[in-house]
Design a protein around this ligand. Structure first.
Ligand code: NAD
Length: 482
């Protein structure tokens, strides 16, 4: 047997070896996807120092030239799209079409921010004084730490790296240990695109140890984190202590509001897609369906019927709708919440069990699960589960639906299913979220518009689209008398 290659860390343009950890396929734990070098606190420090050393030259490069490197990265990823997608399905479990979509997203993200290199919009306004010219240009912030989760293992690293780089920053990327390969591939493309040494650094390994080292690294000026609220709040506290610029994207408990005047068939599709695509493991996944009384019973029946048709299995197989849960720990969390749901709301309408037998025994497969009659004070209506578990809630009317939708500490995404224009506009005003999806699933975002939430879901400037530049750059304002 050919020994499996170890994927080294990437520090100062060098591939750095060391002791390794395993990355296994959650659909088939006999499938070892790769071995990854387990970085140390010392590696993180070395990476931050390399980033500091590379900063002056990278920052001095004209932004369009930095953009040219990003165009190259996009081209390199595109050449490998199919193999990258297959690897992603093997390491994360999402279905192959979903993985292809994500790799395409990463490519688009790199192209979009490559183009921003030639725009890099500043501020140009007339002075109120005679013969004074005033303008503001964007400057890099410096060395930026990027900490990413496993559920979008390529797109999230891409949507942090690309704007950071085009703005002239240098970076240290710390991917999630459950799915480091897709992020590693993005870094490999940066290396192949000949981005100068030290500009991009990658250190995989345990979050607590490497996270502490990164947050404590003297050269660090900013940190962008995506992951759970618990870790995000810790990152915020550490970053604030050192007055680092900080951006946090965290959990959600996203509602889908279904009003009586909706297109019922479309609403069912949107809720099923929002709740169960990617095994419910999206920060924007629908975890509460808030349904107006008048249509509750009809919606419930159609929802269960549609959910029954979903096929759970290995995401590499055609026809599979839902892949496995990421790992044993997340499966245990999902099953614990299902038990809580049974106690709080009674038996689920559908699902509720780990799938067993045949190929299911090799991985972490869970039935898509729906609880009905869920009340806002219940745990399953309040806490992020991050699995294929949906809570159905009854709303007396539109106002009650909005009240229920806002009755959590989270505020990432909300979808509303209605044909009523006034209700759409009213909900835009009143929903306490960062993303509103009208007659669409609560998930499914694009790269060229701002992304992020409110309340406990997010902190700091938004990611993606033009908003990303606000986090990754600073203004320098000039007053010039001539
Ligand atoms: P997580 O918080 O466990 O880990 C995220 C990253 O932080 C990983 O790289 C991990 O190694 C690292 N980490 C762990 N402990 C750390 C510490 N003490 N200091 C610094 N870094 C540390 O999250 P996860 O399980 O990888 O991802 C799932 C979570 O991510 C869910 O809550 C989901 O909602 C959230 N998420 C949010 C968004 C968004 O944009 N809002 C997108 C995707 C995922």
């Amino acid at each position: 047997m050919i020994p499996l290659a170890v994927h080294p860390n990437y520090i100062n343009g060098e591939w750095v070896s060391g002791a390794s950890f395993e990355n296994r396929n959650p659909a088939d734990t006999e499938d070892l996807v790769g071995l990854f070098v387990q970085g140390t606190a010392q590696d993180v420090l070395g990476a931050a120092e390399a980033a500091q050393a590379a900063l002056p030259a990278w920052a001095a490069l004209p932004a369009p030239a930095r953009g040219d490197y990003l165009f190259k990265v996009a081209g390199l990823l595109e050449q490998k799209l199919e193999s990258l997608a297959r690897e992603m399905t093997r390491e994360e479990g999402k279905t192959l079409p979903e993985a292809r979509g994500e790799v395409r997203r990463s490519i688009s993200v790199f192209r979009y921010f490559a183009g921003e290199g030639a725009r890099m919009p500043g501020v140009l306004v007339p002075s109120e004084r005679q013969r004074i010219h005033t303008f503001a240009v964007r400057r890099p912030i410096g060395v930026v730490g990027l900490i990413t989760p496993w559920n979008f293992p390529s797109a999230i690293p891409a949507w942090k790296l690309a704007p950071a780089l085009v703005c002239g920053n240098t970076v240290v990327l710390k991917p999630a240990s459950a799915a480091p390969l897709s992020a590693w591939r993005v870094v490999e493309a940066c290396h192949e695109a000949a981005i100068p040494k030290g500009v991009v650094n990658f250190v995989a390994g345990p979050g607590a140890e490497l996270g502490s080292a990164l947050l404590g690294a003297p050269p660090l000026k900013a940190v962008s984190f995506t992951g759970s609220c618990a870790v995000g709040h810790w990152v915020h506290a550490e970053a604030s202590r050192r007055r680092l610029r900080v951006q946090l994207e965290m959990g959600g408990k996203n509602p889908a509001i279904v009003l009586a005047d909706c297109d019922l068939e479309l609403a069912v599709e949107n809720v099923v897609n929002g709740a169960f695509a990617s095994t419910g493991q999206k920060c924007t996944a629908t975890s509460r369906a808030i349904v107006e009384e008048a249509v509750y019973d009809r919606f419930l029946e159609a929802l269960v019927e549609r959910t029954r048709k979903l096929k759970v299995g290995n995401g590499l197989e055609p026809g599979v709708d839902i892949g496995p849960v990421i790992d044993q720990a997340q499966l245990a969390t999902d099953l614990d919440y299902i038990e809580i749901g049974r106690r709080e709301a009674g038996p689920p309408l559908i699902g509720g069990n780990r799938l067993r037998g045949g190929a299911y025994d090799k991985g972490f497969f869970l039935e898509p699960t729906i609880f009905a009659g869920v009340k806002p004070e219940m745990t399953i209506a309040q806490e992020e589960i991050f699995g294929p578990v949906l809570a159905l809630m009854r709303a007396a009317d539109f106002d009650d639906a909005l009240r229920l939708a806002n009755a959590t500490r989270f505020g990432l995404s909300a979808s509303i299913q209605t044909t009523g224009l006034s209700r759409v506009f009213e909900s835009l005003q009143r929903l306490e979220v960062g993303l509103v999806m009208v007659n669409l699933p609560s998930a499914g975002i694009e790269y060229q518009v701002p992304f992020g939430g409110t309340k406990d879901s997010s902190f700091g400037p938004k990611e993606q689209g033009p908003a990303a530049l606000e986090f990754y750059s600073d203004y320098k304002t000039v007053y010039l008398r001539y």
